[in-house]
Each structure stands twice: as structure tokens, then as C-alpha cells.
Design a protein around this ligand. Structure first.
Ligand SMILES: Cc1ncc(COP(=O)(O)O)c(C=O)c1O
Length: 393
């Protein structure tokens, strides 16, 4: 099965639901990406910089202390060790070389947690692009250190004050800018969301996570894992891990969404409580009210604060290839604390959702072999955790 099909559909999900003005931009992008993938210089450049600049391959670390505490055999895919501290650089590098291939002069991006923004600012300075990054005003406050990093790197950070002032609003502004300035500007989208070809391109650039993990786990354990676990915001680190294992049907995929603050709340869990609908250019599961209006998401992890999810995840849910669960803020902070204390690794709050879920998994599947995507490091989140009063450190 070829997913997506030529029109960008994953079953009924995906597609291109866009205003007329965007269709030429997306067509240009699709054609350029198809050409670039076959271009030796493009492929060599991306691979070279992934290795020599970003630090691939990342380690697959056997977390023995955490495994002992939880009664599982846990390996961490250490995307947190990459340059800039998260998996976002994989995609940023791929797309910035595509922008160069297309002869563009300026990069536009959106960011939530600021990790994608930092990755984009980094690769833009590396290749000498002018760079404008849209960020919800709420996230500008929550992630001030990342805003500062982007500015140091030479990017212009534009606070967005519309809507909930978070990631979806930043995406809307970035799309608006792109439509107006498409001739010289490249929109570097940060997750497996948006209209075709973005979900496919971002997945392809992140699939290196699963490709490496598969080889590494076979070498270390002489077998494939029972479970792959990753947090899901838009879904790029999870899809990056899952994609290469798609045909290994006995490897189960678990995507962990954010349930937000309340014990029974599911504030950012698009796949758990959302319904299919069109949002930011694609048909996928989204958080919506009974009139189809987009609901605001909430999570302690800014990178999970998004009311939509990539269409390929919606497809995996539909065909039951993956299971999607949710973890609330308190469980995520407990995961953050547990990994820090047992392994000396401070995870990003997004990744801490995946760690937070392991306790539940251990209750059902003791001693399973689990690969967890540790999508990022926690330095950016120290203030949030310091101000969180639900946990004793
Ligand atoms: C460290 C980290 N992990 C995960 C995510 C969520 O994004 P995605 O679901 O696209 O991997 C983010 C988003 O900013 C992030 O910074």
C-alpha cells in the first residue's frame, strides 16, 4: 500500500483543503520535493549535516534503572542529544536544503514549544536565510529562553495575539504570510500536519528515528521491540519512530497525547476525544465543539498544545495499527521527575508524557521490550516545572 496516495490521502485522511491562492505554492513544493529526493547533491547534503552537524545517529540507550523501577525493558531513543536538543532539527535540516534547492531566499515558520523555532533559526543561520518565526504570545511567555535563543541565532520572532495565542494561531499567521510572499519565501512547517505534501515530507525527514532504532535494537536485543512509545503533538517524532516499523505487525505502536490539567480531562487529546474534520489544510482528527468550531487545546507541554494531529496518525488509528492514549499534566511531571531521578536525564515535558505512560503499560505488560522516543531535553521546561505545584521535588 502506498501512503499517502498521489493526492496526499491516507485512507480518508489528509488531502489539500486550501484556498485557491495556496494551490500553486503547494504544487511547486510537491514537484520540487519529488525532484530533490532524486538529486544526489540534495540527499548528500542532508545526510552530511544530519551526521556532522546535528549528531546522528543518536544513541539507543538501555535505561536499566528506569526499567528496574517499572518492570519493563526500556530503551530510550536519544533525540534529546541532537544539536538544539530535540528531534525537530531532522526536519528543519531536510526542509532548509529543499528551500535552497528551490532557490528561495526567506524562511517562514511557526513554533509552539520553541524547539522547532530554534531548529529553524539554527539551520537558517547555517545556510544564510532571512528567517521570520511566528509564535503564540502565550508561548512566548512560557518559553522565553527559546525566544531568546531564536533571537541570538538571528531570527525575527513575531508574537501572535489572536485566538488562544498558541501553536494553532501561529500556524494560521505563518500560512497567511506564505500566501502573500510565496515567490521568495519557503514555509518550513514543523510537524506531520497541514496540507499535502507536508505530512509526507516531514514524516520522510523524521523516519530516520525509526530506521536507526530498528537496526540498533536488533543489534542489542536480537529481536524487535514489543512496543514503540512516543508523545504526539502534531505527531512528527511518533511518526518518525513508527513509520519504519509499519510492516512489523507484531510491534505495537502507542502514541501518547496530552490530557491537560484535570485528572479526567483530555484537553489536547485530538485522537482520543476529537472527531474527523478539516483543519489547517487537511482532514484529520481535531478537537471541535458541536458546531465544528476548533476548541483550544491545553497542556503543560507547549509542544503538545495543538488541537489537531497529523493525518497519518488518524489513519493508523482507523486501521488500528496504533493505539492512542493520554497522560495528564500531573502524570507527565511525574514522568519528568522519574526519568531525572533514575537515569540522570531531564526530558522535555513533551517527551515526559511518553515516560509518564510507561507506568500504565507496565501494569498490563510486565517485562515487555519497549523503545521510547525521547524527543527532546528538558532545559526549556525548568521554569514551568519549578512553578508547577503538583509535585514535590
Ligand atoms: C521535544 C518535543 N517533543 C515533541 C514535540 C511535539 O511535536 P511532534 O508531535 O510533532 O513530535 C515537540 C514540539 O514542539 C517538542 O518540542
Amino acid at each position: 500500500m502506498k501512503i499517502p496516495n498521489d493526492k496526499g490521502y491516507y485512507g480518508e485522511f489528509g488531502g489539500k483543503f486550501i484556498p485557491e491562492t495556496l494551490s500553486a505554492c503547494l504544487e511547486e513544493l510537491e514537484i520540487a520535493y519529488a525532484k530533490a529526493k532524486k538529486n544526489k547533491n540534495f540527499v548528500n547534503d542532508v545526510n552530511f549535516y544530519l551526521k556532522e552537524y546535528a549528531g546522528r545517529p543518536t544513541l539507543l540507550y538501555s535505561a536499566k534503572n528506569l526499567s528496574k523501577v517499572l518492570g519493563l525493558n526500556i530503551y530510550l531513543k536519544r533525540e534529546d542529544l541532537l544539536h538544539t536538543g530535540a528531534h525537530k532539527i531532522n526536519n528543519a535540516l531536510g526542509q532548509v536544503f529543499l528551500a535552497k534547492f528551490m532557490g528561495k531566499k526567506r524562511i517562514i515558520a511557526e513554533t509552539g514549544a520553541g524547539q522547532h523555532g530554534v531548529a529553524v533559526a539554527t539551520v537558517s543561520s547555517l545556510l544564510g536565510f532571512k528567517c521570520d518565526i511566528y509564535m503564540g504570545a502565550e508561548d512566548v511567555k512560557r518559553q522565553s529562553m527559546n525566544v531568546f535563543r531564536m533571537k541570538i541565532l538571528g531570527a525575527n520572532v513575531i508574537p501572535v495575539v489572536t485566538g488562544a495565542k498558541t501553536l494553532k494561531d501561529a500556524c494560521n499567521e505563518a500560512f497567511r504570510d506564505w500566501v502573500t510572499n510565496v515567490r521568495d519565501s519557503y514555509y518550513l512547517l514543523g510537524s506531520v500536519v497541514g496540507p499535502h505534501p507536508y505530512p509526507m515530507m516531514v514524516r520522510d525527514f523524521q523516519a530516520v528515528i525509526g530506521k536507526e532504532s530498528r537496526t540498533q535494537i536488533l543489534k542489542k536485543e536480537k529481536k524487535l521491540p514489543d512496543y514503540l512509545v512516543a508523545c504526539v503533538g502534531g505527531g512528527s517524532n511518533a511518526m518518525g519512530l513508527f513509520h519504519f516499523f509499519f510492516n512489523d505487525t507484531r510491534v505495537k505502536f502507542i502514541g501518547v497525547e496530552a490530557a491537560g490539567f484535570g485528572l479526567n480531562s483530555l484537553n489536547s487529546a485530538s485522537l482520543s476525544i476529537g472527531k474527523p474534520g478539516v483543519f489547517q489544510g487537511a482532514n484529520s482528527y481535531i478537537l471541535q465543539d458541536k458546531y465544528g468550531q476548533i476548541k483550544n487545546a491545553h497542556s503543560i507541554a507547549p509542544g503538545l498544545d495543538y488541537p489537531g494531529v497529523g493525518p497519518e496518525h488518524s489513519f493508523y488509528k482507523k486501521i488500528k495499527r496504533a493505539q492512542y492514549v493520554s497522560v495528564n499534566d500531573k502524570q507527565a511531571v511525574a514522568g519528568f521527575n522519574l526519568l531525572s531521578k533514575t537515569e540522570g536525564i531531564i526530558p522535555a515535558l513533551e517527551s515526559a508524557h511518553a515516560i509518564g505512560y510507561l507506568k500504565e503499560l507496565a501494569k498490563k505488560q510486565k517485562n515487555s521490550l519497549v523503545v521510547v522516543c525521547l524527543s527532546g531535553r528538558g532545559d526549556k521546561d525548568l521554569d514551568i516545572v519549578r512553578n508547577y505545584n503538583g509535585i514535590k521535588l
